[in-house]
Design a protein around this ligand. Structure first.
Ligand SMILES: C[S@@+](CC[C@H](N)C(=O)[O-])C[C@H]1O[C@@H](n2cnc3c(N)ncnc32)[C@H](O)[C@@H]1O
Length: 284
């Protein structure tokens, strides 16, 4: 223990370096008040990689490139992945009563093969599977015409999403009917059934990388909820511009209900739904 904090002075002194690394590589900003938390993550990765000094670990991070490298393990260590099924009743009511009926109708009218939904910063997949369940429940004739892609920077949570096995805490907002129809109990856990899974796929994607979404089908609906809170203004703008470059012209972007694009110079108009809102691209 030191007077400044609980970490060794040589580690504390390198806080700005680790802070900048994470900010530049992933857009995630750890302010000074969260210094001890970030240094705890660094210490955990130093222990895991056998690096004895923070300098050695920083050198490893700075030279690590490509999937599976230490850089990605550091992202896995530092991201906050809290999520659960049907998170935010108000927004799910908007999806059910407004957005999905409109988009599905438009898909049929335009003879579009699939309605594409992007669950950006999906964490372990609960949001993406909730949408698939909602579509199976409310629009059963459409389930083969909807494709949902979940993306996240954290490869551990993407592996969990692909597995589709959840504990009671994750499914606490599911009704008994939903649990009975769309999940198979496994011990004290619940596994998403194959016909729900077949609507959803997952990929590791760093939203800060320009062009990271280019390889995916152009989405009609983007959900990016409870993730922008970890970004500062500049990285928020990068992510929002990436969304704007792929979203269909008729599409909608939904953020978490406590998040907004206020103060950013962005290409969206705010649209109001009942007790919530979304963003649509300005027409040029
Ligand atoms: C709190 S979770 C939100 C999960 C879900 N959207 C929800 O609302 O329940 C935030 C997620 O953002 C992801 N994330 C943070 N930075 C990211 C980045 N640069 N690219 C992609 N995902 C990122 C984290 O890994 C984490 O899983």
């Amino acid at each position: 223990m030191t007077a400044q904090g609980k970490h060794a002075p040589e580690l504390t002194a390198l806080f700005p370096e680790f802070q900048s690394f994470l900010y530049e590589a992933a857009g995630i900003y750890f302010p000074l008040e969260n210094r001890e938390r970030l240094l705890g993550h660094v210490q955990a990765r130093m222990d895991a990689t056998g690096k004895r000094t923070p300098k050695e670990y920083l050198a490893l991070l700075n030279t690590s490139r490509g999937r599976g490298s230490e850089q990605w393990a550091f992202f896995n260590q530092t991201t906050v992945n809290e999520t659960f099924f049907f998170r935010d009743d108000v927004q799910f009511a908007v999806f059910k009563d407004k957005l999905l009926p409109e988009l599905l109708q438009l898909r049929r009218r335009n003879r579009q093969r699939k309605l594409n939904i992007l669950s950006a910063a999906s964490s372990s997949g609960e949001e993406a599977y909730s949408l698939a369940i909602l579509i199976q429940q409310q629009f059963p004739m459409e389930q083969n015409f909807v494709s949902i892609t979940g993306v996240d920077i954290n490869s551990d949570v993407i592996d969990r999403a692909k597995e589709g096995l959840y504990n009671r805490y994750s499914v606490r907002n599911c009704s008994p009917q939903q649990l009975g129809v769309y999940f198979t109990p496994e011990g004290d856990k619940y596994r998403v059934k194959p016909d729900v899974k077949q609507m959803v796929s997952f990929q590791v994607v760093n939203l800060i990388d320009p062009g990271s979404l280019r390889g995916l089908p152009r989405p009609d609906l983007i959900l990016c909820r409870n993730a922008l809170i970890y970004f500062d203004k500049e990285s928020k703008l990068k992510v929002i511009q990436a969304f704007a470059s792929v979203l269909q012209p008729h599409g909608t972007l939904i953020l978490g209900r406590t998040e907004s694009l206020f103060g950013l110079d962005h290409p969206f108009n705010l649209v109001h739904f009942l007790r919530s809102c979304g963003y649509r691209l300005k027409t040029k």
